[in-house]
Design a protein around this ligand. Structure first.
Ligand code: HEC
Ligand code: HEC
Length: 443
């Protein structure tokens, strides 16, 4: 049975209660009840960081956000409906052409609509972004970011390192904090401020609905109107039928209502096996206390993904997207031990993606799998040559290359056989295909 916790490939410490509570606080009380229990993070292997040198993680701003009072008490269905209208409204962008759904396409599990490594945005819809668009499904349990994740349920729990937060670098603690980012990013919706968005909304077709939901005075104070906007977007993104339907074939299998083909079964076993795919050590696949897996432990790792020459930002040889340590995220600059670390993405609906990894380098699961199993055994397949030698981990400055993970399926000397054969890779990909929700397009 896949649900047997003893079959776990690695010690899997339990979810930290404090983090869970904080995550609960980050939701409106009315929504909290809809959430299935959180899955636990897996143990990860990253360098321990002496806590004395590290400032405390930023505390979640959730409390003050939800303390705002409106003259009318909106219901969850009302917030969800208005949030949906806003999510699909190009009025949110300065260009008047871009909605959240332009990049987060519901047909592809709210992931990228096409094979561009990064999407275009900005006032003229021609400014390229820096990172691949993540899927917005199954984010309802992302805990707030913390630099030192200890598991209270495990005695002498070791520091599991940075965990949680939204975006590839975990820099936003909640989905409402996250929504501010695209609204004001120069290469996305390009508004000078979130206040400027509500000024436009007040004059637009959705104004009447805002007043009906929050009261006639909703636009009287800019700050309150901003809260109303972000709250609607957040509540919509927490609606189960849209964002966590658990309607994949693997969910049916976990419920005992469906079967996997022999190839999918073999793929699942390889995905879990510590010496083969070892995928589940970072992308947990099993049920935990009844909670269905999201295929991420919310941790951060450096995989040494090759530099993507298709990203205009990379035209500058001095530019490196180092994830946790910057430059997009700014509060952990100087933490060399975090450079190259990106948050482990969930793998639900991954077969529906057009692009993979933070820089959108790969376009198929075959490419992703070949990178995982042959990065270290055949580095010349993935990295360019510099001064006659393969420049492995070329998207990291040399001093940060030691941060790269070498556990299976990585590892193995150049020329050694890869962790998985081509037939085994096909099986893992067959298994990954079972994680696609019923309403999501197949590519
Ligand atoms: C131009 C394309 C684009 C638009 C428009 C856009 N996003 Fe995003 N979104 C992204 C990218 C790229 C990321 C990853 C950013 C990063 O890691 O720095 C992201 C990340 C996110 C995340 C975090 C996901 C995670 O894995 O934690 C959320 C939530 C989100 N966007 C919601 C929204 C909402 C709500 C809107 C509309 C207000 C929106 N986005 C508009 C491209 C876009
Ligand atoms: C050491 C932890 C770790 C292991 C082991 C691991 N992954 Fe990942 N995975 C990550 C991280 C971190 C990323 C994001 C890296 C980045 O973008 O720089 C990622 C990204 C991915 C992506 C791209 C998803 C997206 O939305 O872009 C896929 C697919 C994936 N992993 C599948 C697998 C499979 C299959 C295995 C086993 C063969 C595996 N992973 C093993 C940590 C891990």
């Amino acid at each position: 049975m896949v649900t047997d916790e003893r079959q776990r490939p690695l010690r899997r410490p339990r979810w930290r209660r404090a983090a869970l509570l904080a995550a609960g606080l980050a939701l409106p009380a009315s929504c909290r009840d809809h959430r299935p229990p959180s899955p636990p993070p897996a143990s990860r292997r990253q360098p321990a960081v002496p806590s004395a040198t590290v400032p405390a993680a930023p505390s979640p701003t959730a409390r003050s956000f939800y303390a705002d009072h409106f003259s009318r008490q909106a219901t969850v269905p009302e917030l969800t409906a208005l949030g949906r209208a806003l999510f699909f409204s190009p009025q949110l962008s300065v260009s008047g052409q871009m909605s959240c759904a332009t990049c987060h396409d519901p047909a592809f599990a709210y992931g990228p609509p096409d094979g561009r490594a990064t999407q275009l945005g900005g006032p003229g819809m021609d400014t390229p972004g820096l990172r691949a668009v993540p899927s917005l499904r199954y984010l309802q349990n992302v805990p707030p970011f913390e630099q030192h994740h200890f598991d209270e349920a495990v005695e002498d729990s070791t520091d599991q390192g940075p965990t949680g937060g939204h975006a590839w670098d975990g820099r936003a603690n909640t989905t409402h904090d996250q929504a501010r980012l695209p609204l004001t990013s120069s290469f996305e919706m390009a508004n000078p401020s979130v206040e400027a968005v509500v000024t436009r909304l007040e004059k637009g077709p959705l104004a009447a609905r805002f007043r009906a939901v929050f009261g006639d005075d909703v636009f009287a104070e800019r700050a309150r109107a901003v809260t109303a906007l972000l709250k609607c977007l957040e509540v919509f993104q927490q609606s189960p039928q849209n964002f966590y339907p658990y309607s994949s074939r693997y969910d049916a299998y976990l419920r005992g209502q469906g079967t996997l083909t022999p190839a999918e079964q073999r793929g699942l076993a390889l995905f879990n096996a510590p010496k083969k795919g070892n995928c589940a050590s970072c992308h947990p696949s099993q049920r935990r206390k009844g909670a269905f897996p999201h295929f991420t432990d919310f941790g951060f790792n450096a995989l040494g993904v090759p530099r993507n020459g298709a990203l205009p930002a990379n035209d500058d040889p001095a530019y490196f997207d180092l994830g946790l340590c910057g430059p997009v995220r700014t509060d952990l600059t100087g933490h060399g031990e975090y450079c190259g670390f990106f948050r482990v993405p969930g793998l639900r609906n991954t077969a529906a993606r057009h692009v993979y990894f933070h820089n959108g380098l790969f376009h198929t699961l075959e490419q992703v799998m070949n990178f995982y199993v042959a990065r270290d055994t055949s580095p010349a397949k993935f990295y360019p040559k510099a001064h006659g030698r393969v420049d492995a981990f070329d998207d990291l400055p040399p001093q940060h290359r030691k941060n790269v993970n070498h556990e299976p399926p990585f590892g193995g000397r150049p020329g050694a056989p890869p962790a998985l054969t081509q037939a085994e890779i096909r099986d893992v990909i067959a298994f990954l295909g079972t994680l696609t929700d019923a309403d999501v397009k197949r590519r």
